[in-house]
Design a protein around this ligand. Structure first.
Ligand SMILES: *Cc1c(COP(=O)(O)O)cnc(C)c1O
Length: 433
């Protein structure tokens, strides 16, 4: 019964993995899920401390999302969105517009495809405005926006990028506002503004050839949960206005409540539309159920494409664009946010979990303990080679599924985490350290 390991190694090419390493760190076979728990074929339970790669919000096998999907299955599972429309995609677009102030929604399937869509739309907007020379993109050092070729060219994570560099278009990276880089005695805000001067210097020279700035608002996830204050976003927006550059907010990881507000940009402006021309969403959008991504944008961007000429339109598509099942899961997720006042409830949960983590934060090997909304992270001093894999295995033995990024341990739990699980996470972390 338990030959899943051998069978997966024989035929499944796992993502983001050197397959040979699976000899030492075998993949965990999961048979079921229940709330924040993953359950293996023998019935052992593991707390999903990183929300299955940051996608799960309200637990596995959530009864409300399940019910919405079962209802949708009996109506229509999929229909193409070119030449057709359907209730879930219309309702989802209306509600996202309401939440963000960005009135038009274009759909894709994965986060990386949302990045591609935003980059292409920005470039095409300028071209439709007679400014075809604006072909460049600027992004933050250590930023991550996905791994298809266009997205990878604005990503700055060497491990993912270096091998494929010959295939990529050049883009420019400016100083990251990551608060860990501040000088001793310098506030996070002061450092963020200093980092913004680097962006300004670049735009002052290159505005004519730059279409957009793309960034991850407040938390650079794949960089190892690098966190920075909203002041950077406010200043970056002002610079983008001044130099006529679009701002693409990649909230694929941080959207849907992760940073303590529905969208991270809200911490810098009243609405997302005060900060961003484009908002990329995915991951949590369906509560971790189905692949769906979305790029929301402004009336002004939309209007630049609205024309009799076909070629001025945005001729981009994916087969599953606006899939009804995925949109229906997203609607169920928005219902849960509303019905359970999740943002307010999370604020209380976050405060309690931060308290539980006091001993971890004070541990002699812990550096830069940090926290934004429903994300906690710290760096481990003198982490030995292979630290991440070792920590992962030790935690698994204690019933916690967690995957450090290099020497950075982080928690990004589903929002259904409760007190006993907070204690389990804190104690497991202390034991592993
Ligand atoms: C995960 C992620 C992406 C890519 O999403 P995929 O669905 O993995 O393609 C892009 N940007 C950010 C900020 C992400 O965290």
């Amino acid at each position: 019964m338990n030959d899943w390991l051998a069978r997966t190694l024989a035929c499944v090419w796992h993502p983001c993995t050197q397959m040979k390493h699976l000899e030492r760190t075998p993949p965990l076979a999961i048979a079921r899920g229940e709330g924040p728990w993953l359950i293996d074929p023998d019935g052992r339970r593991y707390f999903d401390a990183i929300s299955s790669w940051w996608v799960n919000l309200f637990g596995h096998a959530n009864p409300r999302i399940n019910a919405a999907l079962i209802d949708q299955l009996s109506r229509i599972e999929h229909v193409m969105l070119a030449g057709c429309t359907h209730a879930p995609v219309v309702e989802l677009s209306e509600r996202l517009a309401q939440l963000t102030g960005l009135s038009h929604a274009f759909y894709g399937s994965d986060g990386a495809s949302a990045t591609e869509i935003a980059l292409k739309m920005s470039f095409h907007f300028w071209r439709n405005h007679g400014r075809a020379g604006k072909t460049g993109f600027v992004s933050l050092k250590n930023g991550y926006h996905g791994e298809t070729l266009g997205a990878l060219s604005v990503t700055d994570v060497a491990l993912f990028k270096d091998t494929y560099a010959p295939l990529l278009r050049l883009s420019h990276q400016v100083k990251s506002p990551d608060s860990r880089l501040s000088w001793v005695g310098e506030s996070a805000e002061a450092y963020a503004l200093r980092a913004c001067a680097d962006l300004e210097a670049y735009l002052a020279e290159n505005a004519d050839t730059t279409a957009a700035l793309i960034l991850e608002p407040l938390v650079q996830g794949a960089a190892g949960m690098a966190m920075y204050p909203p002041a950077y976003l406010t200043r970056a927006r002002a610079l983008c206005d001044h130099y006529q550059i679009h701002l693409i907010a990649d909230e694929i990881a941080v959207g849907f409540g992760r940073t303590g507000t529905m969208f991270a940009c809200e911490q810098a402006g009243a609405k997302v539309s005060d900060i961003a021309d484009f908002l990329c969403l995915s991951k949590g959008i369906t509560g971790g159920y189905l692949p769906l991504s979305c790029v929301l944008t402004t009336e002004a961007v939309y209007a630049a494409f609205y024309d009799d000429a076909t070629a001025r339109g945005f001729l981009h598509s994916h087969s599953y664009t606006g899939n009804p099942l995925a949109c229906r899961a997203a609607l169920a997720v928005l219902d849960i946010f509303e019905d359970d006042a999740v943002i307010a409830a999370n604020r209380k949960k976050a405060a309690r979990f931060t308290e539980r983590l006091a001993e971890v934060a004070a541990h002699p090997r812990v550096r830069h303990f940090r926290h934004t909304g429903m994300i906690w992270a710290f760096d481990v001093a003198d982490a030995p080679p292979g630290f991440s894999a070792k920590f992962h295995l030790r935690a698994l033995e204690r019933g916690v599924f967690i995957r450090p990024i290099g020497a950075t341990v982080y928690f990004m739990p589903p929002y259904v985490i409760e007190e006993p699980e907070m204690s389990l996470l804190a104690q497991t972390t202390l034991d592993c350290l």
